[in-house]
Write a protein that binds this ligand. Structure first.
Ligand SMILES: Nc1nc2c(c(=O)[nH]1)N(C=O)[C@@H](CNc1ccc(C(=O)N[C@@H](CCC(=O)O)C(=O)O)cc1)CN2
Ligand SMILES: Nc1nc2c(ncn2[C@@H]2O[C@H](COP(=O)(O)OP(=O)(O)OP(=O)(O)O)[C@@H](O)[C@H]2O)c(=O)[nH]1
Ligand SMILES: [Mg+2]
Length: 440
């Protein structure tokens, strides 16, 4: 850990009504005393004058002091809640920087210290980062559960079962020579380990839902040029995001907008129309369309005709898709092909509600309570898979002997410990904390 006492603006963009500057570290008391004359009573709201080196008042603000270890970071912490003008904040930050032992915080450094001081584990830290980034209600619910330890409690309870099983095996190994210890201890242990393996499997089944809620459902609009793809993106975004013209081949870059459908995040992509072409720029656009199709959770296949050749537009994509007949306002009397799922018009708005309902069917449903403890990152899923592999290796290798089995249980527990950051994660920390903003 980089040493020193750190400070940062922890509230958002300036100007703001009030700005919160946080300080954490061993020289926190000194810093507060220097700026405010004296350290205010612990954990109490105090209105103080904040002064620069020359004793000139910069601002009047609310000052809080939280002595470690019972603080957010586990160190001595303070907050200066001042007026949120740019010059006011800048002057206070300059005054702090001039104090010996103080330096500006790096992104996520307050949380990193909280982690290193055992105030939060890694899964909670990730939950906190997601909570700050949450834009929809379901993202918020999932992140809040994770940040407050819901997922960690589950993983810790599993780690405890593994440790218990190992302890029982060790006991059995230690007394193996004595006649009065029957093998019956192991039987109940192995049935619990089988149950645990199933618990992990059920939990991992929720990983896709967790990742979709956190990252948003990726919906790609594809189809022939001029079908009205960009018009649909603009309509759903309620903004003029993409260029729309009657020239086929208008869109080249992949654009996206984030939608909130019933509290769930949906990331909608507009792509270049797919066709054979000699235009180098358009070909590059089509290549990018194909790349985004590989990432899609759902494809909206849009066309203003019956699109008998739908599969041609899907490339390697094998996931779910909806066939959408666009421009229904100029359909006239002709009935669309029965394979069409939805008919829409961005001119009249017809069919759009229907389309949104159809997209909704691909969103997970999050229930309250325990069901909110879901893995939200590939990192969690990978750790769970490794854990379960070792668990199965332990269960299936009775012939290898108890000590080999116990070793697999140890490795299973280690995989869980890596998820929560209780073991051996030094190399992960930079990646995880760099996701944070400064001041968190
Ligand atoms: N002004 C302000 N508001 C904030 C934060 C903050 O740092 N400052 N938070 C920052 O994320 C969140 C609240 N999280 C916090 C978590 C723990 C402690 C803390 O001091 N915990 C001690 C004492 C608990 C108590 O008095 O009950 C502890 O757990 O020992 C403070 C804030 C959201 N709101
Ligand atoms: N009548 C009618 N015209 C539409 C509708 N949607 C789009 N258009 C028109 O169709 C033309 C093409 O629309 P775009 O949204 O640019 O089509 P695109 O699929 O993005 O086309 P490319 O980017 O070239 O692949 C434009 O002239 C639009 O005004 C609709 O619902 N009804
Ligand atoms: Mg377009």
């Amino acid at each position: 850990m980089r040493a020193g006492t750190i400070f940062a603006l922890s509230s958002g963009g300036l100007p703001s009504g009030v700005a919160v500057i946080r300080i954490s570290g061993p020289d926190c008391r000194t810093a507060v005393a220097q700026l405010c004359g004296a350290v205010p009573p612990e954990r109490r709201v105090s209105l103080r004058s904040i002064r620069d080196r020359n004793g000139d008042v910069i601002d009047q603000g609310i000052v809080l002091f939280f002595p470690g270890p019972n603080s957010f970071s586990g160190e001595d912490c303070a907050e200066l809640q001042i007026h949120g003008g740019r010059a006011t904040v800048a002057a206070v930050l300059v005054a702090l920087g001039a104090i010996d032992g103080l330096r500006p915080a790096e992104a996520g450094e307050f949380s990193r210290r909280a982690f290193l001081n055992g105030r939060m584990d890694l899964v909670e830290v990730e939950g906190l980062a997601d909570l700050i980034a949450a834009e929809t209600e379901m993202q918020r619910r999932l992140a809040a559960e994770q940040a407050s330890g819901g997922l960690s409690r589950l993983y810790d309870s599993w780690a405890k079962r593994l440790t218990h099983a190992r302890a029982m095996i060790e006991a059995e190994l230690d007394f193996a020579d004595e006649d009065d210890v029957p093998g019956s201890v192991a039987a109940s242990i192995w049935s619990d380990m089988r149950a645990l393996s199933q618990d992990i499997l059920n939990h991992t089944d929720g990983a896709r839902a967790g990742e979709i809620v956190r990252d948003g459902l990726k919906v790609v609009i594809a189809g022939p040029p001029n079908a009205g793809k960009s018009s649909l993106l603009n309509y759903l975004a309620q903004r003029d995001v993409a260029i729309v013209t009657d020239v086929p081949g208008t869109t080249r870059d992949v654009l996206h907008v984030d939608l909130d459908i019933g509290g769930y995040a949906v990331r909608l992509y507009d792509t270049a129309g797919l066709r054979e072409t000699d235009d180098v720029v358009e070909r590059e656009g089509i290549r990018r369309t194909q790349l985004s199709l590989q990432q899609a959770d759902l494809v909206l296949l849009l066309s203003d005709d019956d699109m008998t050749d739908a599969a041609d537009f899907l490339g390697n994509f094998s996931g779910p898709f909806l066939r959408i007949r666009s421009k229904s306002d100029i359909l006239g009397e002709t009935l669309p092909d029965s394979a069409i799922d939805v008919m829409i018009s961005t001119k009249s708005g017809d069919g759009i509600d229907d389309l949104i309902e159809r997209i909704r069917a691909y969103l997970p449903t999050l229930e309250v309570g325990n069901a909110l403890a879901l893995p939200t990152r590939a990192r969690h899923r990978d750790g769970l898979v490794t854990c379960r592999q070792h668990l199965l290796a332990a269960l299936e290798n009775a012939s290898a002997g108890l000590d080999i089995q116990a070793e697999h249980l140890r490795l299973a527990g280690q995989a869980l410990g890596r998820i929560t950051g209780r073991v051996d994660v030094e190399n992960l920390l930079d990646v995880i904390f760099s996701e944070f903003c400064i001041g968190k």
